[in-house]
Write a protein that binds this ligand. Structure first.
Ligand code: GRG
Length: 298
């Protein structure tokens, strides 16, 4: 057995702290409405790499933000991510039975409950950000809310998902494909980084700098995901593989071949890392996160 690296140890520690925060933010409730909370907990607790919360906490750490605050913002970003997975797995979208190595929410519960659980995770994320426990300054909290709303909505993840659903009929060129992936995957990854800088009171320029790192690493992460879709097994990824080709989806793997896509992901991850040069050693964990995004097996 190999010894885990400092990065792997920190990723696991932040994942555990994120789980504890989510557990505390989503307590079970009695009564019939408790069913939707049960489905939210099923979707959000246990499982997942917790990369987005890691990015929020690691970027917050660069500005000495107390963990009690950064973990709440991290949990909010993860709630939005989990909602997107629940809805993406629905029969009306990707129609998947397996997620994080377990039955998807609509399989475990039912379709209507899965829709409601996704809706409630999305809205709960904003309740968390708007709470003074996340930051004492109301202006900072309003910025956090606006940042996450923009990244999740039609100008971000939802817009990307819309293009993705239409992609087979759109004949996207490389720029069009990059735009789709930036919106669908990059915006939520980038906002994870931006929230850390906002919590830390950083300048608009620094928030942008971390956002650019996040967008580039998000694109690298997505291309690595497309590579895994054709090269990994469902046992490794915890979700169905081979789905892009079966759905006729455009990816950088079918444009560039497996090796070409791997190389592009690696060079984007390096470029993302270069964005952080001015932070020096403080950005070491984020530097390693970019490499993790493209070297992972799940
Ligand atoms: C339904 C509004 C809406 C959006 C869906 C996230 C998403 C958009 C779709 C999921 C399918 C997919 C392949 C998205 C690309 C981003 C991606 C690779 C998500 C999976 O993220 P991981 O690997 O998942 O970080 P874990 O389970 O580790 O959290």
């Amino acid at each position: 057995m190999t010894t885990p690296s400092a990065f792997q140890t920190e990723l696991a520690a932040i994942a555990a702290a994120t789980n504890a925060t989510l557990d505390q933010l989503l307590p079970p409730v009695p009564g019939p409405e408790g069913r939707v909370v049960e489905a939210m907990r099923y979707a959000a607790l246990d499982g997942g790499k917790r990369l987005r919360p890691f990015l929020t906490v690691a970027s917050s750490d660069m500005f000495d933000v107390p963990r009690a605050q950064s973990l709440r913002a991290a949990a909010a970003v993860e709630m939005v991510h989990c909602y997107s997975l629940v809805h993406d797995d629905l029969p009306a979208m990707d129609d998947d039975d397996l997620r994080r190595g377990r039955p998807t929410v609509h399989k475990k519960f039912d379709e209507a409950t899965a829709i409601l659980a996704g809706d409630a995770l999305l809205t709960e994320a904003f309740t968390v950000l708007a709470d003074p426990a996340t930051h004492p300054d109301g202006n900072v909290r309003a910025t956090l809310v606006a940042e996450l709303a923009r990244a999740a909505g039609a100008a971000g993840m939802v817009g990307g998902q819309m293009i993705d659903l239409m992609a087979a009929t759109l004949s996207l060129d490389d720029e069009g494909l990059k735009h789709l992936q930036n919106l669908k995957t990059g915006c939520i990854i980038a906002v994870g980084c931006r929230l850390g800088a906002v919590l830390g009171g950083a300048s608009v320029g620094v928030v942008e700098q971390l956002g650019l790192y996040g967008m580039e690493m998000g694109l690298a992460f997505q291309i690595a995901d497309d590579v895994l879709d054709v090269s990994a097994t469902a046992a490794e990824t915890g979700k169905a593989t081979g789905k892009d080709a079966a759905a006729g989806k455009a990816t950088f793997v079918d444009r560039l071949g497996l090796e070409g896509a791997r190389n592009l992901a690696q060079s984007l991850a390096r470029e993302a890392g270069n964005r952080l040069a001015s932070f020096g050693k403080k950005a070491m964990l984020l530097q390693e996160a970019a490499l993790f995004a493209v070297n992972r097996r799940n």
